[in-house]
Ligand binder design. Sequence first.
Ligand SMILES: [Zn+2]
Length: 292
Amino acid sequence: MSLPRDLYVGFTGSPLDRAEPARHDAGALAALAGNPAALLLDMPDYLPPTIDGALDWKPLPPLPAEELLLLGLIDGIPRFARIDPEAVAAKRWAELMTVLDNLSLGEAGTYAAARSVLDWHARHRFCANCGAKTAPHHAGWARLCLRCGTEHYPRTDPVVIMLAEYEGRVLIGRQPGFAPGRYSALAGFVEVGESIEEAVARELREEAGVIATAVRYVASQPWPFPSQLMIACIADVADDSVTLDMAELEDAKWVDRAEVETSLRGDEGAVFGAPPRYAIANSLFRAWLAGR
Ligand SMILES: [Zn+2]
């Protein structure tokens, strides 16, 4: 882990040892599943089962091999989730946000991995190559087409999220669906054929009409709704004139350090409502204040 210890990045820091070799070794997988200490993170509704702010693991019941998702080992104990063959794709419930506020950083990271993989299984029952049915493979970390033999792997979609910086201020924006008063860093999916730096520059130009002259990487985060990799950056820009794409943003404004500090603290009279602490936009604001 190369993250600065004082930079909190949501959904990172899981203590999982992913035990990758066991995914390709049926004997090793059976031994882990047959371990009487093996535990299950049971979440048929994709919500994390919790007890006292931690994940609530249950003894692993006997399950068919094709329903086993081997998450890995924690404290040397095998950890599994169940791939429900009838599951439907996850929705994002409002109550999940409250649950996440009460989970520790590493626990939320373990949950994020399990949720993204289970949700991917529910969305990928058929082969993108030939259309036939697929089945879980490699201890739940792949699916195998039962007709053409193509292997499919859980997807991770890269998204850049960035602060444009100009003369001691950063640009924040507001999407139409945000809670009242909420502003955040600008963001967008990395497109095929683009580098991270090029995606940052393109999104800033498209959404706000600002021209990036330099881009620096700050941190990244797995985001399990459903499976993005958020890549946080800060971009120097040529000037502070803004031309909004109203289809993407309903407002944007430049804020200085004091305004970001009061917003992160949630002070009365703060000029904007900051993103929640498990969102990497929150970490990005903190990194900027820390001079990174
Ligand atoms: Zn196929």
